[in-house]
Design a protein around this ligand. Structure first.
Ligand code: 1CP
Length: 355
C-alpha cells in the first residue's frame, strides 16, 4: 500500500456538498444529515432485494451493494450515502470463518483466544475484494454530488466478535484477554488495525470521499483501559490513512467518558450517542472539531412534536462545534418507520438552512 497516493480529487460541487463542508469544519448552507444503518431492514425495498441472499453474499454482489446503498438516498434525500457492507466483510473475504446470523449478527466459527488463532486474521489485498472496488466505483459515478462514506470496524469492536465468538453484552472474554495476556491482545488488535487500514484504503482509492471508523462497543471500557489497550491501535488506523486527506469520522455507543481519547486517536470528526448533549460532546472532543449526532433512535416512535423539539435542541447544541453532521445516536432500528426518517431529513435540512 502506498498511502501517500491521494485519492482522486472530488469535483468542486462534491467538495462543497453540505456533508463535506461540515466534516471539514467549514461553514455551509445547512446542517447535513444521514443515518447510521440507513440501509437495511427498516426499508421494504431492502427486504425485497435481499430475499434469498445471505447478508455477506449480498455484500459481495455489486448489483445489490449499489442498489441497497442508493435506496435510502432516493427515499430520504440524505446528504451522504454509506457503503453497504459490514465490519466483518474484510475478514470473510480472506477466508476467515464468519457468518452473519439473521437477527443475531456476526458469528465466528473458531473464536480467537490463543496465538494459533492469530494466523487466520489477515488484511485484504485489492485482489481479494474486486467487488468492493467495483461497487464503490459504480456508486461514486451514480451518486454524483452526494458523498459516499466508506467504513471499517475499529480494532476493539471487531476483536470483540472474534474473541467472544459473536455479539456480547459485557465483552467479558475480550476484557479478560486484554488483562491476562496483554501481548496476545496487542498482537490481535495490531492485526485488526491492518485489516481496517486495508479495507478503508480499498474504499478510498475507489472513490469514497469520507470514512467512518466504527468502535461501536468501545464504551464498555474504562478510559484507563481504552487508553492502554485500544487507543494506540485506532490511532494506527487514523495515521495510516491520513495522507488520503478524506475526513475521518470516529463513533462508538456509550462513549461519553471516552470522547476526548477517541478524538485524540486522530479522528477529524467524532460522533456521540444521545447520552451526551452535543455542546458538551464538542467540549470533550476538543480541538475545535466537528461533531456528529445525536438523536436517540428510541424517539423515532415518539409523537412528531417531541421529535421536532429534540431536533431543534440538537441543532442548537451542534452550533457549539465548527461543524455538525446530524445523525441518530446509533443505528436505525429495524422497526423504524421510514416516513418518520424522511420527515426528520426534510426538517433538519430546512430548519438549519441559513437564508
Ligand atoms: O446503512 C447501512 O446499512 C450501512 C451498512 C452497515 C454498516 C455500516 C451494515 C449492514 N453493518 C454496518 C456496520 C456494523 N456491523 C457495525 C458498526 C455500526 C453499528 O454499531 O451499528 C457493527 C457493530 C456490525 C456488526 C453487526 N452486523 C451487527 C450487530 C450485532 C450486535 O453485536 O449487536 C448486525 C446485526 C450485523 C448484520 C448487519 N449488518 C448490516 C445490516 C443491514 C445487518 C442486518 C442483517 C440483515 O439485514 O440481514
Amino acid at each position: 500500500w502506498d498511502h501517500s497516493v491521494v485519492s482522486s480529487t472530488p469535483s468542486p460541487t462534491l467538495a462543497r456538498s453540505p456533508f463535506l463542508l461540515a466534516a471539514r469544519g467549514e461553514p455551509g448552507p445547512r446542517t447535513p444529515v444521514w443515518f447510521m444503518r440507513q440501509a437495511g431492514r427498516s426499508l421494504p425495498e431492502y427486504r425485497k432485494v435481499r430475499e434469498g441472499t445471505t447478508m455477506l453474499e449480498s455484500c459481495m454482489r455489486p448489483d445489490l451493494v449499489v442498489e441497497i446503498t442508493l435506496q435510502p438516498v432516493r427515499r430520504y434525500g440524505v446528504d451522504a450515502a454509506i457503503f453497504f457492507s459490514d465490519i466483518v466483510l474484510p475478514l470473510k473475504s480472506t477466508g476467515f470463518g464468519v457468518e452473519i446470523k439473521p437477527g443475531v449478527g456476526p458469528v465466528v466459527a473458531e473464536p480467537v483466544r490463543d496465538r494459533s488463532g492469530l494466523d487466520a486474521v489477515r488484511p485484504v489485498t485489492p485482489a481479494d475484494v474486486p467487488y468492493i472496488t467495483e461497487s464503490v466505483q459504480q456508486l461514486v459515478a451514480e451518486l454524483g454530488d452526494t458523498p459516499l462514506i466508506g467504513f471499517a470496524g475499529a480494532p476493539f469492536t471487531v476483536a470483540s466478535y472474534l474473541v467472544e465468538g459473536g455479539p456480547s453484552k459485557d465483552h467479558a472474554k475480550t476484557k479478560a484477554l486484554m488483562h491476562s495476556d496483554p501481548e496476545l491482545w496487542h498482537a490481535l488488535a495490531d492485526r485488526l488495525a491492518d485489516v481496517a487500514i486495508a479495507y478503508l484504503s480499498v474504499q478510498i482509492e475507489a472513490g469514497a470521499s469520507a470514512i467512518q471508523l466504527f468502535d461501536s462497543w468501545a464504551g464498555a471500557l474504562s478510559p484507563r483501559d481504552y487508553e492502554r489497550f485500544v487507543q494506540p491501535h485506532s490511532a494506527k488506523v487514523f495515521d495510516a490513512i491520513a495522507a488520503y486527506g478524506v475526513p475521518r469520522i470516529h463513533f462508538g455507543v456509550n462513549t461519553g467518558e471516552l470522547l476526548g481519547l477517541m478524538s485524540a486517536a486522530g479522528a477529524d470528526v467524532v460522533g456521540a450517542d444521545w447520552r451526551v448533549p452535543l455542546d458538551e460532546a464538542a467540549r470533550r472532543i476538543g480541538g475545535g472539531k466537528p461533531v456528529q449526532g445525536n438523536l436517540d433512535p428510541a424517539l423515532l416512535h415518539a409523537p412528531w412534536a417531541v421529535v421536532q423539539a429534540e431536533i431543534d435542541r440538537i441543532l442548537a447544541e451542534g452550533r457549539a462545534a465548527p461543524g455538525h453532521i446530524f445523525n441518530l445516536g446509533h443505528g436505525v432500528p429495524p422497526d423504524a418507520d421510514p416516513d418518520v426518517l424522511h420527515r426528520i431529513v426534510t426538517y433538519v435540512q430546512s430548519a438549519s438552512a441559513t437564508s
